[in-house]
Design a protein around this ligand. Structure first.
Ligand SMILES: NC(=O)c1ccc[n+]([C@@H]2O[C@H](COP(=O)([O-])OP(=O)(O)OC[C@H]3O[C@@H](n4cnc5c(N)ncnc54)[C@H](OP(=O)(O)O)[C@@H]3O)[C@@H](O)[C@H]2O)c1
Length: 266
């Protein structure tokens, strides 16, 4: 609650969650926060497609009936009748079916969502979204992953909203994140190893580039994403108040192009 209060107080205006985040606890906590505040305009998004079953196991389904039920439960946990964006959470190409698009359009007509979205870090899925009816894309675009660069002008030309998830590149350039001193550190370490067993070497290389900007790691990462004219929002995760504050402050100082270019291959 303290993190959220500080964030919104400092001007952060977009909060993202999902039913599979801590087995619904992420939505429940966000719902509690959203209700105890008289909030300024905050954009809220959640997801369908990944969920959890009664025994706490993660499940995956893009069947309309399952998504409809999952979203109804999400709204109940959030204590809201509407969210701004509802993302398909990590769909594969075959999940981008007409009936799935129709489900999202129906949710718009019902007034339960404002915009439909896809959250994917897979290029084939994002390619397929360019000419789809999807309004918003949560992609991976950060100092460590520039694959989506070529798609950004195409999304812009079609009037789509683009959100960078993992805006901080999961802090792989900052070894302190992964010291297993507490449960959070251990969790970050295991997650990073699962995603890329060689992440430490990649992080070291990235740190050397970051040093050329004269910034610290997370500050450079945030300023890099905030500096892209075709990215509407840079989302990040943090468990620490000082990180929350410094990230928001960094987002207010977009990186100049000459420093942004350092992260692109020669
Ligand atoms: N990860 C995914 O696969 C994924 C998928 C779909 C959507 N998303 C969305 O994207 C959001 C962000 O993703 P993410 O949390 O995985 O990645 P991220 O924001 O790129 O990185 C989070 C990591 O950065 C650290 N960090 C934050 N601020 C820092 C600072 N100022 N200095 C040093 N380290 C800092 C955090 O540790 P501390 O807690 O110590 O600050 C955490 O280890 C998610 O919450 C979700 O909304 C993510």
């Amino acid at each position: 609650m303290a993190l959220l209060e500080a964030a919104v107080g400092d001007g952060l205006n977009y909060l993202d969650t999902g039913p599979s985040y801590a087995n619904g606890e992420g939505e429940r906590r966000l719902g509690t926060f959203l209700h105890r505040q008289s909030l300024p305009d905050v954009i809220v998004s959640t997801k369908v497609g990944t969920n959890f079953d009664g025994s706490g196991r993660r499940t995956r389904s893009f069947e309309v009936r399952d998504m409809e039920r999952s979203f109804t439960d999400s709204l109940a946990r959030l204590g809201r009748e509407q969210v701004d964006i509802l993302y398909l959470h990590g769909p594969s190409l075959k999940d981008l079916r007409d009936e799935v698009f129709r489900f999202l359009e129906a949710e718009k007509s019902r007034g339960r969502i404002v915009w439909s979205g896809v959250n994917s870090f897979e290029m084939d899925v994002l390619d397929a979204c360019v000419d789809s009816p999807i309004d918003a894309l949560m992609i991976q675009y950060n100092v460590a992953d520039l694959r989506a660069e070529r798609l950004l002008p195409q999304f812009r030309a079609r009037g789509k909203i683009v959100v960078s998830g993992t805006a901080l590149a999961r802090a792989i350039y900052d070894p302190r994140t992964f010291l297993p001193r507490d449960r959070a550190g251990l969790w970050y370490l295991l997650r990073a190893l699962k995603g890329d067993p060689l992440f430490i070497a990649r992080g070291r290389r990235l740190k050397r580039v970051i040093e050329q900007t004269g910034d610290t790691g997370a500050r450079a990462a945030m300023r890099f994403v905030a500096g892209h004219p075709l990215i509407h929002s840079a989302t990040f995760g943090t468990t620490k108040l000082d990180h929350m504050r410094s990230n928001i402050e960094a987002a207010r100082a977009p990186m100049e192009e000459r420093h942004r270019r350092l992260f692109f291959p020669a």
